[in-house]
Ligand binder design. Sequence first.
Ligand SMILES: [Zn+2]
Length: 87
Amino acid sequence: MFGALLGYPAAVAIMAQVLPVSVPIVLGFLLLYFVLLGWLYVWMAAAGARERLRELRAFHGQCASCGYDLRATVGRCPECGQAIAPR
Ligand SMILES: [Zn+2]
């Protein structure tokens, strides 16, 4: 990602010459590209963190959804109603 940023001005100049659009249009699309890439990165990192939290909660005998202590509970979580996976 940062390697692409280093060649950014040259890439914009080349694209503006090759494509039948002006430099601001190319800049707008590149900005949109990097903003969407950033959002995708943040979303994937958050999804990974959520999954890791669920794994840790299940490992420690807690509800994967809300974290309620399920060591003395059978069936469903009394806090949020989530079905408990058999251990
Ligand atoms: Zn729960």
